[in-house]
Design a protein around this ligand. Structure first.
Ligand SMILES: C[S@@+](CC[C@H](N)C(=O)[O-])C[C@H]1O[C@@H](n2cnc3c(N)ncnc32)[C@H](O)[C@@H]1O
Length: 189
């Protein structure tokens, strides 16, 4: 399952975007104090509004996405700001898509619903005491032609993490864009 659209959809979307980077996700900015200093994997990073913000805050960021256009844009934004980012083109519909990426102090998943197979593997890529930040359309969001039922983040998505992670914070937000959830997990030491 691809999130909202296939690679062509996202490549075209990023190609038609202006030259300015978007602002980072508000809930990430608000909750940055929960993140651990060090390395960070930005999953489905897009053109990097969050990656750039996190690089500026001193994190060592790796961004992954299946859109080559998005990753090109992220690299260009980073060069312009004299920041060093690592990017890798990864199709997250693949089982074990995170294989070979290494271990991180933080993993951020913003506006992407990761498959259960890949969620199950997150622990392997997270350092002890590391933080997993997930934000996106939640289970009570109204589905439409664009955001479908299978795109919604559900509490049971994280069942496989219960033995190795603790939930540090859970937030529900509702505004005119819809119903959002934010999960912050910490890997048990
Ligand atoms: C709503 S955007 C979120 C981008 C970024 N996380 C942000 O908050 O701005 C969803 C992202 O998921 C990526 N994506 C969708 N399906 C994917 C897949 N199967 N594998 C990897 N990336 C995917 C898209 O290219 C896009 O960048």
């Amino acid at each position: 399952m691809n999130y909202i659209g296939d690679k062509q959809y996202w490549d075209e979307k990023f190609l038609s975007r202006g030259d300015k980077i978007l602002s980072p996700e508000g809930s990430l900015v608000e909750n940055i104090k929960y993140l651990k200093n060090g390395s960070l994997l930005d999953v489905a990073c897009g053109d990097g509004r969050n990656s750039i913000f996190l690089l500026e805050k001193g994190f060592k960021v790796t961004g992954i996405d299946f859109s080559s256009r998005a990753l090109e844009r992220l690299k260009n934004f980073a060069v312009r700001k004299n920041l060093k980012v690592s990017v890798k083109q990864v199709d997250l519909t693949k089982q074990d898509a995170l294989k070979d990426l290494g271990v991180f102090d933080n993993i951020v998943i913003n506006h992407y619903r990761l498959s259960l197979d890949n969620i199950k593997n997150l622990g392997k890529h997270m350092a002890e005491g590391g933080i997993l930040f997930v934000c996106g359309f939640g289970h009570k969001h109204k589905v439409d032609s664009k955001i479908k039922e299978e795109d919604l983040i559900k509490p049971e998505d994280f069942e496989s993490l219960h033995s190795s992670f603790e939930l540090v914070r859970y937030i529900e937000n509702e505004d005119d864009r819809g119903f959002f959830v934010i999960y912050i997990f910490k890997k048990k030491v």
